[in-house]
Each structure stands twice: as C-alpha cells, then as structure tokens.
Design a protein around this ligand. Structure first.
Ligand SMILES: NC(=O)c1ccc[n+]([C@@H]2O[C@H](COP(=O)([O-])OP(=O)(O)OC[C@H]3O[C@@H](n4cnc5c(N)ncnc54)[C@H](OP(=O)(O)O)[C@@H]3O)[C@@H](O)[C@H]2O)c1
Length: 246
C-alpha cells in the first residue's frame, strides 16, 4: 500500500487530499500543528483509519525536513506521494498599505510552507526512485484575479514554483502537477452551510491525478463543478524563444 504525505492537511483542501488518498487505497501521513488540529482532521475526514499524524511547524524551514528525517530513520512509514495545500491567509489589506511584516507573514504561510515542503520531500522521493511517485500542489485564482493583494502575491510565487517543478520533473520518477482551483472548496460541515463546494467532492480530483499516469507536469484547472471529476489538464511547460529584431 502506498502512502501520501499531506502538508496543510487540516485545511479545506488538505482534508480533500486526505479523503482522496484514502479513497485511492493509500495510507496518509498528515502533518498537523498540534493535537487539536489532529482531532479536527479526524472529525472532518470521518475516520482515523489509515491516517498517521505527526506534529511539525510547516512555517519553519526545517519543519517538514524533520518529518522526512523521521521517515528515513523508520520512525514513520515511507511515503511515495506528497500533496501540499498549506496557506489559507486571505486578508484584504491594500497593496500600498501592506507593511513589511504582513508581506513576510503572507509569503511565509502561503508560499514558503509549500516551498519548504517541496525542498524537504523531493530529494527523498527522487532517491527512492519509485516510478509511481507524485507531487501535487494546490493553487488558486487570486494571483490572476488580483482582487486581494497579499494572497495574490503569494499565489503568483506558487505559479512560478509550479512552472519550475513541472519542468524539473518532466523526466524524473516524480509526476509533479498543479491543481489550479478557482472554485471555493470547504470542509463538508462548512460547505453545507455556505453552499460552496464540499471537500469530499473535490477529493475526486486527487483520485483522478493519482490514477492517471499521463497527467505529468500539468496544470489541472478546476473552474466549474464538472471539472472536479472530468479533469482538464494541460502541460505547463513554456519554451523560451529568444526573438531577434530583424
Ligand atoms: N479553499 C479553497 O477553495 C481554495 C481555492 C483555491 C486555492 N486554495 C489554496 O489552497 C491552499 C489551502 O487553502 P485552504 O482553504 O485549505 O486553507 P485553510 O483551510 O486555511 O488551511 C490551511 C492549512 O495550512 C495550515 N496553516 C495555516 N497557517 C499555519 C501556521 N501558521 N502554522 C501551521 N499551519 C498553518 C492550517 O493548519 P491549521 O488547521 O492547524 O490552522 C491548514 O492545515 C491555499 O494556498 C489556498 O490559496 C484554496
């Protein structure tokens, strides 16, 4: 049985990732910030079975690395897949009012968490050389919409990180993909009140990615309800052409 390491596991998207992993017959290592978060996770997923939780500070540059070190020493099970959905800061401070401290906080929580996760886990996955490995990142539409400054800036950095990771892993054993989600997804308990999309439904997108090896180095766009199950994906690579003024 394969195992998915989930970063940001207790959030709306992280819960969908855990549900998708379990439905795909995978076990889960869920990184949580504390025991209260772990209990929240079990409650939203509806089971403890197949889930190992481990506490780490994903905002620190050695938090996820510490988890990988535990895996390497056999204190945690080996993993073959990573799903990163950390972040969630969504404030509306205007661009020209964003002070340095707030900017750093956004880049740390919304961007660096996912980058630190990549930097800590990718060498491990490459070293294991399992041909089924995947790495999945969830981004949103804010970076294109530009409606909220700090969330938009941090999304922009995630798009660039995806571009690089898609290119770097085109020929490795790890299928890197970006889920570009413009729908609002919430844990079921919340979605039932607000009318937005349920995490348990959005889990289908991750099941699709895990099951389809042809989805590699792609952006999977989830912009309509039907996109959750009928995956719309496009290779992310763009080749640079050095134009000349002739
Ligand atoms: N939800 C959507 O509809 C949607 C749509 C498009 C894109 N996205 C993107 O998906 C990502 C996750 O969104 P979400 O809605 O799942 O967010 P969320 O519900 O707020 O979850 C964020 C996750 O990050 C963790 N986290 C946040 N700050 C932390 C901190 N300081 N220390 C430790 N852990 C921290 C949370 O842990 P705790 O539970 O312990 O707080 C949680 O696991 C974001 O990048 C977002 O832009 C989401």
């Amino acid at each position: 049985m394969e195992t998915v390491l989930v970063v940001g596991s207790t959030g709306n998207i992280g819960i969908a990732a855990v549900i998708g992993a379990l439905r795909s017959q995978c076990n889960v290592i869920a990184i949580v910030r504390n025991q209260a978060s772990a209990e929240k996770l079990y409650m939203h997923v509806g089971t403890r079975e197949g889930i190992t939780t481990v506490e780490a500070d994903i905002t620190s540059d050695h938090g996820v690395q510490g988890v990988v070190d535990l895996v390497k020493t056999g204190k945690l099970p080996a993993f073959q897949h990573v799903y990163s959905a950390a972040g969630g800061l969504y404030g509306a401070t205007l661009l020209h009012e964003l002070d340095t401290e707030e900017l750093h906080q956004y880049m740390n929580v919304n961007f660096e968490t996912n980058f630190f996760a990549y930097r800590a886990t990718m060498p491990y996955l490459l070293e294991q050389n399992n041909p089924n490995s995947t790495w999945t990142l969830c981004t949103g539409g804010m970076g294109d919409l530009g409606t909220r400054a700090a969330p938009a800036l941090s999304q922009g950095a995630l798009y660039s990180m995806s571009n690089v990771a898609c290119r770097d892993n085109q020929a490795t054993n790890v299928r890197f993909n970006e889920i570009y989600l413009t729908l609002r997804v919430e844990v079921d308990e919340s979605a039932e009140k607000t009318g937005f999309f349920r995490a348990s439904a959005f889990a289908a997108t991750y099941c699709g990615i895990l099951a389809r090896p042809e989805i590699r180095s792609c952006r999977i766009s989830v912009c309509e309800k039907e996109d959750i199950k009928e995956l719309k994906f496009k290779e992310k690579r763009c080749d640079m052409v050095l134009k000349k003024d002739d």
